[in-house]
Design a binder for this molecule. Structure first.
Ligand code: AMP
Length: 424
């Protein structure tokens, strides 16, 4: 299957070709035809599966074909949990929508609202927003949603985790009854199922991967280590890598800042992003990480969603996340779009119950015993889950060939990543 088979507009095919995309990803293949027919979608897909284009391409096409730019008001609203994700979705709309003359604006908090209200006043067809700032602007009378024809809720599970449920309900209450709704969530717990049932009309269910499984191209390892030795272990791991490009997660903002300080003292170029940093500072740090001015980005969970940084060699859980779902979201930052990646978790003796929870969802985590700071024997061993955790005797290295995917069965787009970013 190629994009040509999906009956997309020549302008869109041109934009896709410019990005080097040839084959649609499974979620794109399954969603695009239904969205083009005007159906509601309830999609569950892992991070990095190409979800954004799955909804953006057909929406752009339908808006273009209906001469949306000649009608007044906002026609499409996309809600996303984080500023970073909103910005990325906005970038995707810009890239995929070249030559279609549709205007879009991105709205999120943490920055002055002036630029956003100016864009809204000048008239836009598509708004991509985080719920909090959108509600603010609605209350101030800058945004009216009575002309909405398309409504997308992206990463709904994360929005609920982040406490946006009431904001989302208030926004939904302002939308017209007649609209096409596209609903995406990596997981579908009961509360989300209820929300989707209340919103969607005869939706097409699109599921591309078993819910809550870790990206299968990511090799996952856990190192048992005492808290006071985590820094030394991180250094040990980094020393073995030629050009690491590493996203590190810490539990607290203070922990992130402290770690960056000690990395800088070791002459390792690192910066932190978390909720206490202004949006500008975060964006600049992200840019420096993307262009490899710095090799390490230390983040709290605020940043675990929505980061589309290609070629992250390692995600390192310096502190274990509270639950398995957050773990899955974190490690989804590597192994994006068919590339291989490594996820390493540090587990101190007091984090072992968290590790057990995580292992219930992520079953392919291997234990690395042969390292200078091994603390697995310092107190009781973690309970093994389903006998899945094998022991390893060497330090994992990245395999760029993509051959560590754990067996065949991948569709063509998941093939070896090529320089032109096309998937054969
Ligand atoms: P998403 O899940 O939307 O965040 O997309 C994950 C990554 O895959 C992004 O870097 C996209 O640019 C990329 N991508 C999306 N669709 C395709 C495709 N059909 N072929 C190759 N890469 C893609």
């Amino acid at each position: 299957m190629t994009f040509e088979n999906l009956k997309l507009l020549p302008q869109i095919l041109h934009s896709l070709a410019a990005k080097g995309y040839i084959n649609p990803t499974p979620i794109q293949e399954k969603s695009i035809p239904h969205i083009l027919e005007g159906k509601d979608i309830c999609g569950s897909a892992q991070t990095g599966t190409g979800k954004t284009a799955a909804f953006a391409l057909p929406m752009l096409q339908l808006l273009f074909n209906s001469n949306a730019h000649q009608r007044k008001g906002i026609k499409a609203l996309i809600l996303a949990p984080t500023r970073e994700l909103a910005q990325q979705i906005s970038d995707s709309f810009r890239e995929y929508g070249k030559g279609l003359h549709l205007r879009h604006a991105v709205i999120y908090g943490g920055v002055s609202q002036h630029g956003q209200t100016t864009a809204l006043r000048s008239g836009v067809d598509i708004v991509i927003a985080t719920p909090g700032r959108l509600l603010d602007l609605m209350t101030q009378g800058h945004v009216h949603l009575n002309t909405i024809e398309f409504f997308v809720l992206d990463e709904v599970d994360r929005m609920l985790d982040m406490g946006f449920i009431n904001d989302i309900k208030k926004i939904i209450a302002k939308l017209p009854a007649k609209k096409q709704t596209l609903f995406f969530s990596a997981t579908m717990p009961v509360e989300i199922k209820k929300l989707s049932d209340s919103l969607l009309k005869n939706p097409v269910i699109v599921q591309t991967a078993p819910v809550s499984t870790a990206a299968d191209l990511v090799k996952q390892y856990v190192y048992h280590v005492k808290t006071e030795n985590k820094k030394a272990l991180l250094k040990h791991i980094l020393d073995q890598e030629e050009k690491p490009h590493v996203l590190v997660f810490t539990r607290t903002k203070r922990g992130a800042d402290k770690l960056v300080k000690s990395l800088l003292a070791e002459h390792i170029k690192a910066e932190a992003i978390h909720g206490n940093k202004s949006q500008n500072t975060r964006q600049k740090a992200l840019d420096r990480f993307k262009n490899r001015t710095i090799s390490m980005l230390v983040a709290t969970d605020v940043a675990s969603r929505g980061l589309d940084i290609t070629d992250i060699s390692h995600v390192i859980n310096y502190d274990l996340p509270e639950d398995g779902e957050t773990y899955i979201h974190r490690i989804g930052r590597t192994g994006r779009a068919g590339a291989s990646g490594i996820a390493i978790s540090f587990c101190s003796p007091d984090e072992r119950s968290q590790l057990r929870d995580i292992m219930k969802l992520a079953k392919n985590i291997e234990e690395v015993k042969a390292h200078p700071h091994d603390a697995s024997h310092h107190s009781e061993e973690p309970r093994k889950q389903n006998g899945q955790n094998q022991q390893r005797r060497f330090t994992p290295r990245r395999n760029n060939s993509g051959s560590n995917s754990g067996g065949g069965g991948h569709s063509s787009w998941r093939g070896k990543r090529t320089n032109d970013r096309s998937y054969r």
